[in-house]
Design a binder for this molecule. Sequence first.
Ligand code: CMC
Length: 429
Amino acid sequence: MSDSVTIIDNRTGERHELPIVYGTYPEYGAAIPAANLRKIKRSESDFGLMTYDPGYTNTASCKSSITFIDGEQGVLRYRGYPIEDLAGKRSFLEVAYLLLEGELPRAEQLADWNWHVTHHTIIHEKIKRFMDGFRYDAHPMGMLVSTVAALSTFYPESRQIQDPEVRQKQIVRLIAKMPTIAAFAFRYSAGMPYAYPDNDLSYTGNFLNMMYRATETGYKPDPTLERALDVLFVLHADHEQNCSTSTMRAVGSSHADPYVAVAAACAALYGPLHGGANERVLKMLEEIGNVSEVPKYVERVKKGEFRLMGFGHRVYKNYDPRAKILRELAEQVFAVTGKNPLIDIAVELEKIALEDEYFVGRKLYPNVDFYSGIIYQAMGFPTAMFPVLFAIARTAGWLAQWQEMLVDEDQRIARPRQVYTGADERHLD
Ligand code: CMC
């Protein structure tokens, strides 16, 4: 048996043998290097075959050793560890280290990593003034996209993307400063004075401090909520080649600095089909308003009037393992915050949808966004902040993928092809 496929071109009768490349194991992924298709042509002058794949539904854009997803089985692993082993058992910063470095940190590595991230949380005072220029009702995600991009002008050395030390410094800065910018965006829209970081607190504890501290001197986050947010961040930390990560890699492939690349990734995340979905889930649940209205709503979805937000996934054709963890986490959060009444509507919606042929037949299951918004809302986050929270966590994955791309010798500037469908050559009369 040879690791190749043979294609017969029925236009010419020629046979072409194309090699196959594998992942760690054949069942973890196999692909035909697309460039080899170019030799399949009708004549010497012919361009040769390409693949046509809008939305990259079946195109491997890279080799990666960071995250593994088996969508059919509902499996998600970071660097080989199942998400269930990490969520609640390792902190977000440990998981960020794992994604970036390939291994969980030893005690002294973790202490060093925590120290560096903690000591880069402050942002330049001019950034604050920059943020003051937004309209009073600016969406915090729009503020985040622009402000992260603006960081590029404060750290011009970040353009030296080939220098590993420079890269590492920007990675620390980005992971450290994203919560600060996010919290400042919230405080700005709430008309509250900015709250500065507190180095005595954990990563998520400090974020809650910057979000919610009022006049007290030492803000003490509720330990259950601090842990819940940490679990949420772990669940959102990476998800292999999704829309925003592919954007990070595409922008990074032109050797742009990591701040503008993360800003682009944030912009991709903002859309309602990606990180903006949890905001829409909440709007949807509020619109349904009552458990008794769920069947009617589902019927309208089936008629194609709109989609059930928080349902369906390009890769998972089984229950999203993150959604399972979140359903349990919701109960722990509600024990502190009181129950979010929207959970009853969500549970009913899930029950009805999972029994319905429309959703079963299309393998549409709840995804991570279905329950995350309900938890965020119970914790006091306004809906506009939901994609911002997603962006804080996903920054770890974006940076791990960016770094992997930069040192991968196979990678070149992202530049897809097209199948041209316009006019043939023509001339002015
Ligand atoms: N509600 C109703 N029908 C749906 C839904 C949904 N949420 N999602 C897919 N379908 C139907 C779709 O109409 C199509 O049916 P048909 O074959 O009859 O035309 C079929 O299922 C396949 O859909 P698709 O659009 O080809 O699937 P896709 O892989 O391109 O889209 C998706 C994936 C996540 C964009 C889509 O499922 C969706 O729009 N979901 C709602 C938005 C959402 O929850 N997004 C969060 C994704 S998870 C977190 C993240 O990535 O950020």
